[in-house]
Ligand binder design. Sequence first.
Ligand code: ADP
Ligand code: GLC
Length: 482
Amino acid sequence: MNILFAVSEATPFAKTGGLADVAGALPSALAEQGDQVYLFLPLYREIKAKHLELEKKADISIPIDDHLLTGSIVSLNSSHPNLHIHFIEQGDLFDRSTLYGPASAEFKDNGTRFIFFCRAVLEAVTTLNLDIDIYHAHDWQTGLIPVYLKTLYKNLPRYQGGSLFTIHNLGYQGLQDKEIFPLTGLSWEEFTFERLEFFDRLNLLKGGLVYADKLNTVSLAYSQEILEPEFGFGLETVLAERRNDLHGILNGVDYEEWNPAQDPFIDNHFQLGRMKGKKSCKQKLSKAFNLAYSEKQPLIGMVSRLVNQKGFDLILPLMEQVVEFEAKFIFLGTGEKNLEEQLASLAQRYPNQIAFTCGYDNGLAHLLEAGADIFMMPSHYEPCGLNQMYSLRYGTVPLVRATGGLDDSITHFDPKNGTGNGFKFNDYLVEDLKKTLIEALSTYQQPRLWHKLRANGMRCNFSWNQSAKKYRELYKSILSAP
Ligand code: ADP
Ligand code: GLC
């Protein structure tokens, strides 16, 4: 199959969260299984700064409003013959210091930026003479691609395939004032309640949900949860109508990147059966966060975008009780100002037990996975979540709330028969998180049990191989549909 993969971020080029991990790994896994994959990304400033050997292929002009906006298609030789990497270059729109805007705000013209990107990708298909079977779009930034394929671009030469839209997070919908609707070039007929309109605004995510041939989310549990008002963010009825086309495929892990036996970000490598290096990583990690190393006290870590989705209304009150716990807590993250301030204040008030590094640091994220004993993810909702799966491979026991991909990947440890790979609680309540943490701390004090639990996790395999196979099945079902 020839698959076009349009996405707004992908490792190793540009990343703000898990979407980039997925878009960095899944195309390679598909290419490895024999498909031709055409990956399209905006050419952001941070990609330009990497001094890659980019080659300009062609100029493109897109009608935006009453003028033509020009940009270009720029390509990069990839290391895999089946993977073709293209960037859409447009200096005014993408040559900026961040991907979507400063923390807690969005660029005012994000609508224009991603309308341009979507159209440019479809123009590039003709310009580069590509034969595409499946258009695979992700999240609100590329929600217009399925729309265009059924409207302005339905007569693309040689196009007989279909589209898949993957929902990575329903909480971000790319809502725009309806005044910018004409920039899409679409007819106002598309701006209805059944299609792109959402409370009198333009909803770019809804475009993907309504127009794509099939939909999927990044875990089976999340594909069910979003049909309920609590997690549907106002789109639950739209999704219910598409229930039969909605699938759930759990993300995988790129074990080339997240593997304690070869991780370039850690000095002391380890693996199941050879765990000495983990202790050194814990020592280095404690030092990096300015905490005294303690073997007796577990180090509990979190790497996260600082947004409410991730469970901070449970974590912050729990941290006010930190002196009750025989443990130390470390946080790495950036995001909403008020959360950054509250974590900084906790670290200041409890300097022996809580440390916080405000920022985005991939190397430190790897060291944290390697050196921590427990990884905390008490998310309110979590479409998939990747860190709990990374943690398992690093012998860092996940403590999660039973939601979305956390529920699908983590099973609660049962000390009697030695099954399970982490700790999991159901209700979104401080008390329940606290109870589960106490259980985890007590298990940590019983080395025989702890080693069993840790080994169970390290044996889990969430390789992309399996998930890529499921995506291929889904693509095939789109192609064979009448
Ligand atoms: P989400 O996509 O909702 O942010 P995921 O768990 O799917 O959540 O993925 C988050 C990814 O971003 C992980 O690879 C994680 O290590 C990374 N990440 C998040 N915050 C930071 C940070 N402050 N520094 C480095 N990496 C981070
Ligand atoms: C989103 C979700 C996260 C998921 C990631 C990759 O950002 O919040 O749960 O793992 O996308 O699919």
